[in-house]
Design a binder for this molecule. Structure first.
Ligand SMILES: *Cc1c(COP(=O)(O)O)cnc(C)c1O
Length: 382
Protein backbone atom coordinates (compact mmCIF):
# COMPACT_ATOMS: atom_id res chain seq x y z
CA UNK A 1 0.00 0.00 0.00
CA UNK A 2 3.02 2.24 -0.48
CA UNK A 3 1.48 3.93 -3.50
CA UNK A 4 -1.60 4.81 -1.42
CA UNK A 5 0.64 6.42 1.17
CA UNK A 6 2.37 8.46 -1.55
CA UNK A 7 -0.95 9.54 -3.08
CA UNK A 8 -2.22 10.64 0.33
CA UNK A 9 0.99 12.58 0.88
CA UNK A 10 0.57 14.33 -2.49
CA UNK A 11 -2.97 15.24 -1.55
CA UNK A 12 -1.68 16.96 1.58
CA UNK A 13 0.92 18.89 -0.38
CA UNK A 14 -1.71 20.11 -2.83
CA UNK A 15 -4.01 21.27 -0.07
CA UNK A 16 -6.56 18.67 -1.08
CA UNK A 17 -6.50 16.47 2.00
CA UNK A 18 -9.93 16.07 3.59
CA UNK A 19 -10.40 15.69 7.30
CA UNK A 20 -13.46 14.92 9.38
CA UNK A 21 -14.28 16.95 12.47
CA UNK A 22 -16.17 15.17 15.20
CA UNK A 23 -19.47 16.81 16.17
CA UNK A 24 -20.19 16.37 19.85
CA UNK A 25 -23.52 18.17 20.01
CA UNK A 26 -26.78 18.23 18.05
CA UNK A 27 -26.77 20.00 14.70
CA UNK A 28 -27.33 23.68 15.47
CA UNK A 29 -25.71 27.02 14.73
CA UNK A 30 -24.01 26.85 18.13
CA UNK A 31 -22.07 23.65 17.81
CA UNK A 32 -19.57 21.73 19.91
CA UNK A 33 -17.19 20.15 17.43
CA UNK A 34 -13.70 18.70 17.77
CA UNK A 35 -13.65 19.86 21.37
CA UNK A 36 -14.46 23.46 20.49
CA UNK A 37 -17.57 25.59 20.83
CA UNK A 38 -18.17 27.26 17.49
CA UNK A 39 -20.69 29.36 15.66
CA UNK A 40 -21.41 27.37 12.54
CA UNK A 41 -21.89 28.73 9.02
CA UNK A 42 -21.55 25.51 7.06
CA UNK A 43 -24.60 23.38 7.71
CA UNK A 44 -27.40 22.72 5.21
CA UNK A 45 -29.93 22.80 8.06
CA UNK A 46 -31.20 26.09 6.60
CA UNK A 47 -34.37 26.34 8.69
CA UNK A 48 -32.95 25.09 12.00
CA UNK A 49 -35.13 21.97 12.05
CA UNK A 50 -32.53 19.22 12.61
CA UNK A 51 -32.93 19.48 16.37
CA UNK A 52 -36.53 20.72 16.59
CA UNK A 53 -38.41 19.40 19.67
CA UNK A 54 -41.64 18.47 17.83
CA UNK A 55 -39.77 16.68 15.06
CA UNK A 56 -37.69 14.77 17.60
CA UNK A 57 -40.88 13.85 19.44
CA UNK A 58 -42.46 12.53 16.23
CA UNK A 59 -39.32 10.45 15.67
CA UNK A 60 -39.32 9.05 19.21
CA UNK A 61 -43.04 8.21 19.19
CA UNK A 62 -42.73 6.46 15.84
CA UNK A 63 -39.76 4.50 17.14
CA UNK A 64 -41.85 3.31 20.09
CA UNK A 65 -44.49 1.99 17.73
CA UNK A 66 -42.42 0.81 14.74
CA UNK A 67 -39.04 0.02 16.28
CA UNK A 68 -35.75 1.13 14.81
CA UNK A 69 -35.00 -0.85 11.65
CA UNK A 70 -37.36 -1.34 8.74
CA UNK A 71 -36.16 -4.93 8.37
CA UNK A 72 -36.11 -5.19 4.59
CA UNK A 73 -36.51 -3.45 1.25
CA UNK A 74 -39.71 -1.62 0.27
CA UNK A 75 -40.67 -4.45 -2.08
CA UNK A 76 -40.28 -7.14 0.57
CA UNK A 77 -41.90 -6.13 3.87
CA UNK A 78 -40.11 -2.90 4.77
CA UNK A 79 -42.61 -0.41 3.30
CA UNK A 80 -44.37 0.83 6.42
CA UNK A 81 -47.57 2.84 6.76
CA UNK A 82 -45.36 5.77 7.81
CA UNK A 83 -43.30 5.58 4.58
CA UNK A 84 -46.53 5.39 2.63
CA UNK A 85 -48.17 8.35 4.38
CA UNK A 86 -44.99 10.37 3.99
CA UNK A 87 -45.04 9.76 0.22
CA UNK A 88 -48.66 10.93 0.05
CA UNK A 89 -47.83 14.08 1.99
CA UNK A 90 -44.78 14.86 -0.21
CA UNK A 91 -46.86 14.37 -3.38
CA UNK A 92 -49.52 16.73 -2.08
CA UNK A 93 -46.99 19.32 -0.93
CA UNK A 94 -45.21 19.41 -4.29
CA UNK A 95 -48.41 19.23 -6.34
CA UNK A 96 -47.34 16.01 -8.03
CA UNK A 97 -49.36 12.82 -8.66
CA UNK A 98 -47.04 10.66 -6.61
CA UNK A 99 -43.78 10.66 -4.67
CA UNK A 100 -41.28 7.90 -3.93
CA UNK A 101 -38.96 7.84 -0.90
CA UNK A 102 -35.25 7.02 -0.97
CA UNK A 103 -32.70 6.58 1.81
CA UNK A 104 -30.46 9.31 0.39
CA UNK A 105 -30.43 11.90 -2.37
CA UNK A 106 -27.43 10.20 -3.90
CA UNK A 107 -29.45 7.01 -4.32
CA UNK A 108 -32.50 8.88 -5.62
CA UNK A 109 -30.41 10.37 -8.41
CA UNK A 110 -28.92 7.00 -9.32
CA UNK A 111 -32.46 5.60 -9.35
CA UNK A 112 -33.68 8.14 -11.89
CA UNK A 113 -31.11 7.30 -14.55
CA UNK A 114 -31.19 3.57 -13.87
CA UNK A 115 -34.94 3.46 -14.46
CA UNK A 116 -35.28 5.93 -17.29
CA UNK A 117 -32.34 5.83 -19.67
CA UNK A 118 -30.21 3.29 -21.48
CA UNK A 119 -28.00 2.80 -24.50
CA UNK A 120 -30.19 4.65 -27.00
CA UNK A 121 -30.65 7.72 -24.84
CA UNK A 122 -28.80 10.95 -24.08
CA UNK A 123 -28.39 12.81 -20.76
CA UNK A 124 -27.69 16.56 -20.76
CA UNK A 125 -26.34 18.13 -17.58
CA UNK A 126 -25.27 21.55 -16.35
CA UNK A 127 -21.48 21.72 -15.79
CA UNK A 128 -21.96 22.69 -12.15
CA UNK A 129 -24.28 19.84 -11.22
CA UNK A 130 -23.83 17.95 -7.96
CA UNK A 131 -21.53 14.90 -8.00
CA UNK A 132 -24.46 12.54 -7.48
CA UNK A 133 -26.05 13.65 -10.76
CA UNK A 134 -22.76 13.22 -12.57
CA UNK A 135 -22.32 9.75 -11.10
CA UNK A 136 -25.92 8.89 -11.99
CA UNK A 137 -25.17 9.72 -15.61
CA UNK A 138 -21.82 7.91 -15.63
CA UNK A 139 -23.30 4.75 -14.17
CA UNK A 140 -26.02 4.65 -16.81
CA UNK A 141 -25.53 3.32 -20.33
CA UNK A 142 -26.76 6.58 -21.85
CA UNK A 143 -24.57 9.04 -23.72
CA UNK A 144 -23.59 11.84 -21.32
CA UNK A 145 -23.13 15.49 -22.39
CA UNK A 146 -22.56 18.60 -20.30
CA UNK A 147 -23.41 22.21 -21.13
CA UNK A 148 -21.80 25.34 -19.69
CA UNK A 149 -23.43 26.60 -16.54
CA UNK A 150 -26.99 27.81 -17.30
CA UNK A 151 -26.09 28.14 -21.00
CA UNK A 152 -29.44 27.27 -22.55
CA UNK A 153 -28.37 28.22 -26.06
CA UNK A 154 -25.70 25.54 -25.88
CA UNK A 155 -28.16 23.09 -24.38
CA UNK A 156 -30.61 23.76 -27.21
CA UNK A 157 -27.84 23.17 -29.75
CA UNK A 158 -26.92 19.87 -28.08
CA UNK A 159 -30.55 18.78 -27.95
CA UNK A 160 -30.91 19.54 -31.67
CA UNK A 161 -27.77 17.52 -32.41
CA UNK A 162 -29.36 14.51 -30.74
CA UNK A 163 -32.93 14.81 -31.97
CA UNK A 164 -33.00 11.18 -33.08
CA UNK A 165 -32.17 9.74 -29.66
CA UNK A 166 -34.88 7.53 -28.17
CA UNK A 167 -35.06 9.60 -24.94
CA UNK A 168 -33.41 12.86 -23.97
CA UNK A 169 -33.09 13.66 -20.27
CA UNK A 170 -32.04 17.11 -19.02
CA UNK A 171 -30.77 17.11 -15.41
CA UNK A 172 -29.88 20.15 -13.33
CA UNK A 173 -29.45 21.33 -9.76
CA UNK A 174 -32.35 23.68 -8.98
CA UNK A 175 -30.04 25.60 -6.63
CA UNK A 176 -26.37 24.97 -7.36
CA UNK A 177 -24.87 23.48 -4.24
CA UNK A 178 -21.45 25.14 -4.28
CA UNK A 179 -22.42 28.44 -5.93
CA UNK A 180 -25.88 29.16 -4.54
CA UNK A 181 -27.40 30.49 -7.77
CA UNK A 182 -30.47 28.96 -9.36
CA UNK A 183 -31.12 27.06 -12.57
CA UNK A 184 -32.95 29.01 -15.27
CA UNK A 185 -35.87 26.76 -14.44
CA UNK A 186 -38.59 28.42 -16.50
CA UNK A 187 -36.54 28.46 -19.67
CA UNK A 188 -35.28 24.94 -19.02
CA UNK A 189 -38.87 23.75 -18.76
CA UNK A 190 -39.80 25.54 -21.99
CA UNK A 191 -36.84 23.98 -23.74
CA UNK A 192 -37.78 20.58 -22.35
CA UNK A 193 -41.34 20.88 -23.57
CA UNK A 194 -40.41 22.30 -26.99
CA UNK A 195 -37.80 19.62 -27.63
CA UNK A 196 -39.98 16.84 -26.25
CA UNK A 197 -37.29 15.85 -23.75
CA UNK A 198 -37.65 15.21 -20.03
CA UNK A 199 -36.52 17.76 -17.46
CA UNK A 200 -35.29 16.61 -14.06
CA UNK A 201 -34.53 19.16 -11.31
CA UNK A 202 -32.63 18.32 -8.11
CA UNK A 203 -34.03 20.71 -5.51
CA UNK A 204 -31.80 19.59 -2.61
CA UNK A 205 -31.12 23.20 -1.62
CA UNK A 206 -34.46 24.78 -2.57
CA UNK A 207 -36.92 22.38 -0.98
CA UNK A 208 -38.20 23.84 2.31
CA UNK A 209 -36.56 27.18 1.59
CA UNK A 210 -37.99 28.54 -1.68
CA UNK A 211 -41.59 29.21 -2.66
CA UNK A 212 -44.38 30.70 -0.61
CA UNK A 213 -45.02 27.47 1.30
CA UNK A 214 -41.49 26.12 1.06
CA UNK A 215 -42.25 23.57 -1.65
CA UNK A 216 -39.10 24.65 -3.48
CA UNK A 217 -37.96 26.23 -6.73
CA UNK A 218 -40.88 24.76 -8.72
CA UNK A 219 -43.34 26.49 -6.40
CA UNK A 220 -41.36 29.74 -6.57
CA UNK A 221 -41.24 29.66 -10.39
CA UNK A 222 -44.79 28.29 -10.77
CA UNK A 223 -43.66 25.12 -12.52
CA UNK A 224 -46.07 22.18 -12.62
CA UNK A 225 -45.54 18.48 -13.17
CA UNK A 226 -45.97 19.12 -16.90
CA UNK A 227 -43.15 21.69 -16.80
CA UNK A 228 -40.78 19.65 -14.63
CA UNK A 229 -41.82 16.02 -15.04
CA UNK A 230 -39.12 14.67 -12.70
CA UNK A 231 -38.65 16.48 -9.41
CA UNK A 232 -36.14 15.25 -6.85
CA UNK A 233 -35.43 16.79 -3.45
CA UNK A 234 -33.62 15.74 -0.30
CA UNK A 235 -34.91 15.49 3.26
CA UNK A 236 -31.65 15.88 5.16
CA UNK A 237 -31.04 19.55 4.44
CA UNK A 238 -33.74 22.18 5.11
CA UNK A 239 -36.17 19.42 6.17
CA UNK A 240 -33.66 18.50 8.87
CA UNK A 241 -34.11 14.72 8.81
CA UNK A 242 -32.68 12.25 6.27
CA UNK A 243 -33.49 10.75 2.89
CA UNK A 244 -34.90 12.04 -0.37
CA UNK A 245 -37.79 11.65 -2.76
CA UNK A 246 -38.65 11.74 -6.44
CA UNK A 247 -42.04 13.18 -7.41
CA UNK A 248 -43.95 13.07 -10.68
CA UNK A 249 -46.52 11.19 -12.67
CA UNK A 250 -48.04 7.82 -11.87
CA UNK A 251 -46.09 6.23 -14.77
CA UNK A 252 -42.80 7.76 -13.63
CA UNK A 253 -43.11 6.54 -10.05
CA UNK A 254 -44.39 3.10 -11.01
CA UNK A 255 -41.50 2.71 -13.49
CA UNK A 256 -39.02 3.59 -10.76
CA UNK A 257 -40.58 1.11 -8.32
CA UNK A 258 -40.32 -1.61 -10.97
CA UNK A 259 -36.80 -0.95 -12.16
CA UNK A 260 -34.68 1.48 -10.11
CA UNK A 261 -31.84 -0.61 -8.75
CA UNK A 262 -31.04 1.78 -5.88
CA UNK A 263 -34.71 1.53 -4.85
CA UNK A 264 -35.15 -2.19 -5.12
CA UNK A 265 -31.89 -3.55 -3.74
CA UNK A 266 -31.65 -1.67 -0.47
CA UNK A 267 -33.25 -1.73 2.96
CA UNK A 268 -35.99 0.85 3.53
CA UNK A 269 -35.04 3.72 5.84
CA UNK A 270 -36.17 3.48 9.49
CA UNK A 271 -39.94 4.19 9.52
CA UNK A 272 -39.45 6.87 12.19
CA UNK A 273 -37.57 9.07 9.71
CA UNK A 274 -40.81 9.32 7.73
CA UNK A 275 -42.75 10.38 10.83
CA UNK A 276 -40.11 13.05 11.47
CA UNK A 277 -40.26 14.21 7.83
CA UNK A 278 -44.06 14.57 7.98
CA UNK A 279 -43.81 16.64 11.16
CA UNK A 280 -41.08 18.77 9.60
CA UNK A 281 -43.17 19.39 6.47
CA UNK A 282 -46.01 20.64 8.69
CA UNK A 283 -43.66 23.09 10.38
CA UNK A 284 -42.22 24.18 7.03
CA UNK A 285 -45.75 24.93 5.76
CA UNK A 286 -46.96 26.65 8.93
CA UNK A 287 -43.90 28.59 10.06
CA UNK A 288 -43.20 30.88 7.13
CA UNK A 289 -41.30 33.13 9.55
CA UNK A 290 -38.36 30.75 9.22
CA UNK A 291 -38.06 31.49 5.50
CA UNK A 292 -38.65 35.21 6.03
CA UNK A 293 -35.98 35.40 8.70
CA UNK A 294 -33.53 33.37 6.60
CA UNK A 295 -33.92 35.77 3.66
CA UNK A 296 -33.51 38.81 5.93
CA UNK A 297 -30.25 37.30 7.16
CA UNK A 298 -29.11 36.53 3.61
CA UNK A 299 -29.71 40.14 2.55
CA UNK A 300 -28.02 41.44 5.67
CA UNK A 301 -24.97 39.23 5.10
CA UNK A 302 -24.68 40.30 1.45
CA UNK A 303 -24.88 43.98 2.39
CA UNK A 304 -22.27 43.67 5.13
CA UNK A 305 -19.96 41.49 3.03
CA UNK A 306 -20.10 44.00 0.17
CA UNK A 307 -18.63 46.61 2.51
CA UNK A 308 -15.70 44.28 3.18
CA UNK A 309 -14.79 44.21 -0.46
CA UNK A 310 -14.83 40.43 -0.57
CA UNK A 311 -16.04 38.86 -3.73
CA UNK A 312 -19.45 37.23 -3.36
CA UNK A 313 -21.06 35.08 -6.01
CA UNK A 314 -24.33 35.99 -7.75
CA UNK A 315 -26.42 34.07 -5.21
CA UNK A 316 -29.53 35.13 -3.36
CA UNK A 317 -29.99 31.85 -1.52
CA UNK A 318 -28.65 30.64 1.84
CA UNK A 319 -25.46 29.48 0.09
CA UNK A 320 -23.09 32.48 -0.02
CA UNK A 321 -19.63 31.30 -1.09
CA UNK A 322 -16.56 33.52 -1.08
CA UNK A 323 -14.15 32.40 -3.78
CA UNK A 324 -10.54 32.38 -2.63
CA UNK A 325 -8.88 30.48 -5.50
CA UNK A 326 -5.84 28.81 -3.96
CA UNK A 327 -6.47 25.60 -1.99
CA UNK A 328 -3.92 26.30 0.75
CA UNK A 329 -5.15 29.85 1.20
CA UNK A 330 -8.79 28.76 1.51
CA UNK A 331 -7.79 26.06 4.03
CA UNK A 332 -5.71 28.51 5.99
CA UNK A 333 -8.57 31.01 6.15
CA UNK A 334 -11.01 28.33 7.32
CA UNK A 335 -8.52 27.29 10.00
CA UNK A 336 -8.08 30.87 11.22
CA UNK A 337 -11.86 31.31 11.38
CA UNK A 338 -12.16 28.07 13.35
CA UNK A 339 -9.57 29.27 15.84
CA UNK A 340 -11.73 32.34 16.35
CA UNK A 341 -14.76 30.10 16.97
CA UNK A 342 -16.36 30.37 13.54
CA UNK A 343 -16.89 27.23 11.52
CA UNK A 344 -16.90 27.60 7.73
CA UNK A 345 -15.64 24.86 5.39
CA UNK A 346 -13.10 25.33 2.64
CA UNK A 347 -14.48 23.64 -0.46
CA UNK A 348 -11.77 22.50 -2.88
CA UNK A 349 -11.44 20.55 -6.13
CA UNK A 350 -12.80 18.22 -7.34
CA UNK A 351 -15.98 19.46 -5.61
CA UNK A 352 -15.37 22.79 -7.38
CA UNK A 353 -13.22 23.67 -10.42
CA UNK A 354 -9.43 24.10 -10.11
CA UNK A 355 -8.38 27.49 -8.73
CA UNK A 356 -11.85 28.25 -7.38
CA UNK A 357 -11.44 26.93 -3.83
CA UNK A 358 -13.91 28.78 -1.67
CA UNK A 359 -15.32 29.36 1.77
CA UNK A 360 -18.83 28.00 1.48
CA UNK A 361 -20.79 30.12 3.91
CA UNK A 362 -24.35 29.04 4.62
CA UNK A 363 -26.97 30.83 6.65
CA UNK A 364 -29.76 29.43 8.78
CA UNK A 365 -32.99 30.80 10.20
CA UNK A 366 -31.44 29.97 13.58
CA UNK A 367 -28.77 32.63 13.14
CA UNK A 368 -29.24 36.12 14.53
CA UNK A 369 -27.97 39.36 13.03
CA UNK A 370 -25.31 39.48 15.76
CA UNK A 371 -24.02 36.13 14.52
CA UNK A 372 -23.62 37.56 11.03
CA UNK A 373 -21.81 40.55 12.56
CA UNK A 374 -19.38 38.15 14.26
CA UNK A 375 -18.73 36.36 10.97
CA UNK A 376 -18.17 39.63 9.10
CA UNK A 377 -15.81 40.84 11.80
CA UNK A 378 -13.81 37.60 11.66
CA UNK A 379 -13.64 37.79 7.85
CA UNK A 380 -12.50 41.41 7.98
CA UNK A 381 -9.35 40.57 9.94
CA UNK A 382 -8.28 37.53 7.88
C1 LIG B 1 -26.74 16.88 -0.88
C2 LIG B 1 -27.12 16.73 -2.30
C3 LIG B 1 -27.49 15.49 -2.82
C4 LIG B 1 -27.34 14.21 -2.05
O1 LIG B 1 -28.32 14.09 -1.09
P1 LIG B 1 -28.03 13.15 0.17
O2 LIG B 1 -29.38 12.92 0.76
O3 LIG B 1 -27.13 13.94 1.05
O4 LIG B 1 -27.41 11.91 -0.36
C5 LIG B 1 -27.96 15.44 -4.12
N1 LIG B 1 -28.01 16.55 -4.88
C6 LIG B 1 -27.63 17.75 -4.42
C7 LIG B 1 -27.73 18.93 -5.31
C8 LIG B 1 -27.16 17.87 -3.11
O5 LIG B 1 -26.74 19.05 -2.67
Amino acid sequence: MKDLREALERRKQEGLYRRRLIAQSAQAVHNFIDGKHVLSFCSNDYLGLANHPQIKQAFVEATDKYGVGSGSAHLVNGHSQLHHDCELSLAEFTGRDRALLFSTGYMANLAITSALVGRKDVIFQDKLNHASLIDAAKLSDAKFLRYQHNDLAQLKWLLDQHSTARRRLIMADAVFSMDGDKAAAKNLSLLGRQSNSWLMLDDAHGFGVLGENGAGLCEEAGLTQQDVPILMATLGKAVGVSGAFVAGSEELIETMIQSSRSYIYTTASPPATSAAVMQSIKIIQQESWRREKLFELINYFKKQAALLDCELMPSDTAIQPIVIGDNHKALDMALKLFEQGIHVTAIRPPTVAENTARLRITLSAEHEKQDVDLLIKALSVL
